[in-house]
Design a protein around this ligand. Sequence first.
Ligand SMILES: CC(C)(COP(=O)(O)OP(=O)(O)OC[C@H]1O[C@@H](n2cnc3c(N)ncnc32)[C@H](O)[C@@H]1OP(=O)(O)O)[C@@H](O)C(=O)NCCC(=O)NCCS
Length: 171
Amino acid sequence: MQIRSADPNRDAAACVEIYTPFVTDSVVSFDEVPPSVEEFAAKIAKLSDTHEFLVAETGNKVSGYAYAGPYRERVAYRWATEVSVYVHPDHRHEGVGAGLYRELLKRLRDKGFRIAIAGITQPNDASMALHMSLGFTQVGIFQRIGFKLGAWQDVAFLQLELAPDAGPPTT
Ligand SMILES: CC(C)(COP(=O)(O)OP(=O)(O)OC[C@H]1O[C@@H](n2cnc3c(N)ncnc32)[C@H](O)[C@@H]1OP(=O)(O)O)[C@@H](O)C(=O)NCCC(=O)NCCS
């Protein structure tokens, strides 16, 4: 397995293929309409500029992706970043998710981000365990914060301090 920065033109279609079932058939994503390849390519380009967008390749095929983006827009939040990861069902339990996140978190740390945040629709044992294994701690659960597939959905929020001993930001 190899991990590299995503290329909007080369990787968008494979990422959409991985993402679409989570939009149409699950509450993992709160999107309701799958993005087009063009929309996803624009998302890769935008987030690569400001944060990070990574893909994992297994045997020359994209087996998963992970990215970071803004948490909230107001300016004092700019050292916080929200992260997400999706692994193709054929490549679960191969270390793809952990590998993507380890590289993503390293790059975010190197860029000066201080807090990584993840929102996880409940229940999702695999995602909770992956985040906890990397040091994330749960800060709370928003009750009934979204409505999808005919039911109200709870979302747990987790955070990881990327540089716990660093003082005030220098950037
Ligand atoms: C969550 C997800 C990204 C994990 O990816 P993965 O590549 O299968 O995970 P890895 O093989 O890297 O496993 C890393 C750790 O995650 C945890 N984990 C992964 N799958 C698990 C499962 N089904 N049950 C419990 N823990 C699990 C384990 O702690 C594992 O460490 P270990 O192998 O040492 O026990 C993957 O299941 C996925 O894409 N799920 C659907 C999308 C999703 O929920 N994304 C997260 C949105 S917040």
